[in-house]
Design a protein around this ligand. Structure first.
Ligand code: SN0
Length: 314
């Protein structure tokens, strides 16, 4: 693997899931692999799980880790050909080039602006790093994808599934703010390669980008979608059309005990952070069926599997 920015960078995603599970059994089996190697994590946006799990993953492999909050650095320019006589002090061409002098792997987080669909879906920041860094680039969530989350989600489903091919439902839920589509986009593209029956449910008006939905069935009735489900994966996202908006929804899409009772004893999953009693009731997230903590725990082994695979190639 040469970079990790989407499922398309991974030749065998199932093999990577197995690698993460092997690392979970023996997290300290490869402490020499990263000796004298440096991972730089660059955050344009806040992080809790991603930062801690990726730092620890790198350390478990024996790497040096440095973290840069972009707010602490120069304001970067991404457009080519700009006359840089205004607010931006350094071009990404130099910034990514310089970081590559110090890093063996560069990992980057950036959120979308949610104002201009074309701009966000061009995934400018991640693409600029891919283009101008001279070392492998890892996505720590970009404007449109969160592949480390999806890999951890697949690992979790693999651990908890009771059937060879479980039914997995990705359900929209309400949220007070307009959120990115990245987690849901990625979940769809990874689950489309997993041995699961995947169903997408959301209110009318919250259709995801067709390039990510592919041929995943969409059921607009949440309760109908929940029938026979073994995993309820919940996430809010803002509308794609009109982009970044929050159209009104008639029914309450919160995940409640009553809705979970319609499933086949489904597990509840969410990437976190989650707004309790808006996205999911306390009763569901506190129940024995809630996988939010094991899921977050698996972020460590997902990151470790990815870094290991990249280190084996640098
Ligand atoms: C981010 C998102 O992409 O939806 C990160 C998820 C891993 N979530 C949020 O920004 C939630 C913020 C909030 O105010 O609840």
């Amino acid at each position: 693997m040469k970079q990790f920015t989407s499922v398309h960078d991974v030749s065998d995603p199932f093999q990577l899931v197995q690698e993460a599970l092997a690392l979970k059994a023996q997290p300290h089996a490869h402490t020499d692999l990263g000796r004298n190697k440096t991972v730089i994590l660059v955050f344009f946006n806040p992080s809790l799980r991603t930062r801690l799990s990726t730092e620890l993953a790198a350390k478990n492999l024996g790497c040096n880790v440095m973290t840069l909050n972009v707010a602490d650095g120069w304001k970067l320019e991404f457009a080519d050909g700009t006359v840089m006589n205004a607010g931006t002090a350094e071009h990404i061409r130099e910034a990514a080039g310089v970081m590559s002098q110090y890093a063996d792997i560069l990992a980057v987080r950036s959120f979308p602006g949610l104002e201009d669909k074309e701009k966000d879906y061009a995934d400018q920041i991640m693409r600029a790093f891919m283009e101008h860094a001279t070392v492998p680039v890892v996505s720590l969530e970009s404007a449109i994808r969160h592949p480390l989350q999806s890999l951890a989600d697949w690992v979790t489903i693999e651990e908890y599934k009771r059937r060879k091919r479980p039914k997995v439902v990705l359900s929209w839920a309400p949220h007070p703010r307009a959120l990115p589509q990245a987690v849901s986009n990625s979940f769809l593209e990874w689950m489309q390669q997993a041995p699961v029956d995947l169903v997408l449910t959301h209110p009318k008006g919250y259709e995801l980008d067709p390039s990510f939905v592919g041929d995943t069935p969409v059921i607009y009735d949440q309760e109908e979608a929940f029938a026979d489900a073994e995993f309820i994966y919940t996430k809010n996202w803002s509308a794609v059309y009109p982009y970044g908006q929050k159209p009104e929804v008639e029914k309450d899409w919160q995940i409640t005990e009553a809705k979970m009772a319609l499933t086949n004893k489904a597990f509840f999953m969410h990437c976190l952070p989650v707004r309790r009693n808006v996205v999911v009731s306390d009763g569901v997230i506190e129940s024995p069926k809630s996988l939010v903590l094991p899921q977050a725990g698996n972020r460590l082994y997902a990151a470790q599997a990815v870094l290991k695979s990249l280190l084996e190639n640098v």
